[in-house]
Each structure stands twice: as structure tokens, then as C-alpha cells.
Design a protein around this ligand. Structure first.
Ligand SMILES: Cc1cc2nc3c(=O)[nH]c(=O)nc-3n(C[C@H](O)[C@H](O)[C@H](O)COP(=O)(O)OP(=O)(O)OC[C@H]3O[C@@H](n4cnc5c(N)ncnc54)[C@H](O)[C@@H]3O)c2cc1C
Length: 393
């Protein structure tokens, strides 16, 4: 077979599927190699995207117009208040975003690929170069020539040597159908998402579309349970002592309504993730890195999926202008690396100032919050805070 237009894409999540669409639009023949099964299971997690990006992905045919989403317009910051189960609103500001489920996003992209373009159960172990020829080495011992490679295999990418750095706190997450909490007044979540502040972290709560109806999605950034390692992660089935630690944390530091939402999370719906970041790689030759493989941003910037999708849009645009693959790779890095570095730095600042060294949330006025967030952004534009001027504006 003529391999002149073949592109091997390693990793078949958001970045890999979107990159496959992007290169195919430029006449390349993509094959996605995903180490998991061909059908990735619903991870039940919410993903936040900027509304203009959502519109652009729909207009450019990456998403279908009916891909489920929920729009939010405000962010509400709460602090505990004696006698008020909901907490006191300390700050509230405009914040436009499109919330969807990870699975909807992945499926919308995956559905654009044919069966022969997406190979599940295909773990890539590495790449070998022999003069002009490059091969991918697979977990089953097989090899395959690959003249053009896009690495979209997440933050533990086999195409990178520099490893991510862990923060000294974790993200506890939960997601479940709202039927279970129909007895509670969640009016604050109509068209908004809520941040509940405590002295060494915060929680974020939102409603997101799910396969079986609306789900509550929450994340609490804070300390790990005793005995948990920095890198520990797990979906469901966490040791009872870990869930007990989380419930105690929520009960002590979140207003009672939000602590109840955490406590009602079923065992299998509870997960814990390390928080880490990874700056962009300087030179990866003619291998293009996309999504978390290219750079990992702490989740506070709500930018991981958005960055993966913008990487794909950049590949589509640049591939049209630069038919020579090595030149495309160099241009792509030149365009995307500074943006990735900016987001990595912002995610770090958000983590440090909201979890590691947060302000005295309960003693601040709304103008104090606005000034504080402006100093955290430090001139970096961000879609969740559109009213804070970026550097040079
Ligand atoms: C707590 C938390 C909250 C988040 N919230 C948001 C948010 O609100 N908004 C947002 O935009 N992002 C968010 N993210 C980040 C977002 O989920 C990721 O950044 C995004 O999905 C990146 O996708 P990716 O395809 O690059 O990587 P991944 O989704 O990690 O996919 C990598 C894929 O590669 C496969 N793979 C790995 N190694 C190999 C191999 N050797 N061979 C073959 N296949 C391989 C894996 O199986 C996987 O399918 C959050 C993340 C966390 C942890």
C-alpha cells in the first residue's frame, strides 16, 4: 500500500480523535492506535469548554449541532455561614462556558472516524528510528512503519522523556444522576456553577448533561487521605478510610448543602486524581504532540480538553498551509507551545493561590475577590474571567 499519506496517531481519546479528523481533512490517511478497547466506556465526567470554541467546533463539523451541552453564565463563590445550609455568597461574576460530558465529546469525535481508522487494543510501546525509516513498536511485539506520527497518548506519553510534576494536593471527584438529590434545593446551579471555599482548598459543583439525564458533577481540591501517595488515582472502590476522610473534610469545611452532595456520592462514583502539570516539550522532531501529551495543565484552568481541541484545529489549519510534514511539525510547535506554556503557568498559579496558599476567603469583600483574581491571572486572558483585562489591553 502507498504509505505516502499515512499518519499514525497514538492515543484515541479527545486529542487523538480530533487530530485524526484534522489530518484527514487535508488528504492524509489517519490510523488511531488506542491501548484501550475500541469503545471507551463512559467516564461520567464533566468537561468545560469556552462557548466560542464549542461554536467553532460545531461550525467546522467536529461536533454535531445536537451534541449535548449545558450553558452556564455565572460563577458563584460561597463561604460557610452559621445557620445557612447553602452558605453565604461572597462573590459572583459573569462566566460563560459550555459544560458537557467527557463521553459525549469523545463520542462526537469518535463517530466521525471509520472502523478502520480507529484501532482499539493497540498499545504502542515506543518508536524506533533506523536511518530514514521509523517504526512504531506495539505491546504485542508487532511493529509498523510510520512516516508521520501524532502523539496523543496523554500526560504519560511514551514520546516524552520529561515527566509531569505532582502538586501536593489531589482532586476528589464525584458524578451521579440528579434523581438522588431531588429533595435538595439546587436553585443556585441554574445557569451557574458554584465554588465553595475553605482554608486549604475549594470545591466546584455544576450540573452537566449525562447519558441518562442531568448529572451533578463535583470536584474538591484539597489534601489526600492519610497513607495515600501523591500519584494515587482511582475510580470507584476507594478504600473506605479514603471516603471517610473525604466526608469528614466536606462535613467540616463545606456548607451543609454541598457536604451532603459529596456524602451522597456512591462508592463506585467517587474518584481521586493526582493534580500534576507538564510544560511543553521543546523539540520533538517531526512527531507532533497533541493534548495532554503536548502539555498538561492543572485542572483549575478548565483547559485540558479545550487545549486538545485547539491543537487539532491548529493541525488542520497548518496542514493546509504546510504540506511538508517536518515543516508542519515545526510551525505547529511554534504556534502551540507558547499557548501551552501560558496555560501551564496559569494552572499552577490558580492551584497555588486557590489550594496551596488561598486567601482568607471569608474575610474578603466582592471587590477584594475581583482584585485577588486579577492578580492570580496576572495579565493572562481566560474565558472564565472575560471581564479581567489581559496584558496589553
Ligand atoms: C479532575 C480533572 C478535571 C478536568 N476538568 C477539565 C475541564 O473542565 N475542562 C477541560 O477542558 N479539561 C478538563 N480536564 C482535562 C481533560 O480531561 C484532558 O486534558 C483531556 O481529556 C485531554 O485529552 P487527551 O486526549 O490529550 O488525553 P487523555 O484523555 O489522557 O487520552 C490519552 C489516550 O491515550 C491512550 N494511551 C495512552 N498511552 C497509550 C499508548 N502507549 N498506546 C496507545 N494508546 C495510549 C489512553 O488510553 C487514552 O485514551 C480535567 C482533568 C482532570 C483530571
Amino acid at each position: 500500500m502507498n504509505q505516502d499519506r499515512d499518519v499514525a496517531i497514538v492515543g484515541g481519546s479527545i486529542a487523538g480523535c480530533a487530530a485524526a479528523i484534522a489530518v484527514r481533512r487535508n488528504g492524509y490517511r489517519p490510523t488511531v492506535f488506542e491501548r484501550g478497547a475500541a469503545e471507551l466506556t463512559e467516564r461520567g465526567m464533566g468537561v468545560v469548554l469556552p462557548v466560542p470554541l464549542w461554536e467553532s467546533l460545531t461550525a467546522r463539523g467536529y461536533l454535531r449541532p445536537d451534541t449535548p451541552k449545558r450553558l452556564v453564565h455565572r460563577r458563584i463563590w460561597l463561604v460557610p455561614e452559621r445557620g445557612d445550609a447553602r452558605g453565604r455568597i461572597a462573590w459572583s461574576h459573569s462566566s460563560e462556558a459550555a459544560l458537557t460530558g467527557w463521553w459525549f465529546l469523545w463520542h462526537a469525535l469518535r463517530d466521525r472516524l471509520t472502523e478502520s481508522e480507529y484501532r482499539g487494543d493497540s498499545a504502542v510501546y515506543g518508536m524506533e528510528r533506523d536511518g530514514k525509516h521509523t517504526v512504531l513498536r506495539f505491546g504485542d511485539g508487532g511493529i509498523r512503519p510510520a512516516t508521520r506520527i501524532i502523539a496523543a497518548d496523554g500526560h504519560r506519553s511514551v514520546f516524552r522523556t520529561v515527566r509531569h510534576e505532582y502538586a501536593d494536593y489531589v482532586a476528589w471527584r464525584g458524578s451521579y444522576g440528579t434523581g438522588r438529590i431531588a429533595d435538595l434545593d439546587l436553585g443556585l446551579l441554574d445557569g451557574a456553577y458554584v465554588t465553595t471555599c475553605f482554608p486549604f482548598g475549594h470545591g466546584v459543583f455544576a450540573l452537566v448533561p449525562g447519558v441518562e439525564g442531568t448529572r451533578l458533577d463535583w470536584v474538591v481540591y484539597g489534601p489526600r487521605a492519610p497513607g495515600m501517595s501523591t500519584a494515587q488515582s482511582g475510580f470507584g472502590g476507594l478504600p473506605g478510610s479514603a471516603a471517610g476522610f473525604l466526608h469528614q473534610l466536606a462535613g467540616r469545611h463545606l456548607p451543609p448543602l454541598w457536604a451532603t452532595l459529596v456524602e451522597r456520592t456512591g462508592e463506585a462514583e467517587l474518584s481521586v486524581h493526582p493534580v500534576a502539570d507538564l510544560p511543553p516539550a521543546e523539540d520533538t522532531g517531526d512527531v507532533l504532540l497533541a493534548g495532554d501529551a503536548a502539555a498538561l495543565v492543572r485542572p483549575h484552568a478548565a483547559s485540558g480538553a479545550g487545549k486538545a481541541l485547539r491543537d487539532a484545529l491548529a493541525i488542520e489549519d497548518l496542514a493546509a498551509a504546510y504540506p511538508d510534514w517536518p515543516e508542519l511539525a515545526a510551525r505547529y510547535r511554534w504556534v502551540r507551545n507558547p499557548e501551552a506554556a501560558r496555560l501551564v503557568a496559569l494552572g499552577r498559579r490558580l492551584g497555588r493561590r486557590q489550594v496551596e496558599h488561598p486567601p482568607a476567603w471569608d474575610r474578603m469583600t466582592a471587590p477584594d475577590y475581583a482584585a485577588w483574581m486579577s492578580s492570580v491571572l496576572d495579565g493572562t486572558a481566560h474565558y472564565l474571567y472575560p471581564w479581567i483585562p489581559a496584558a496589553g489591553q
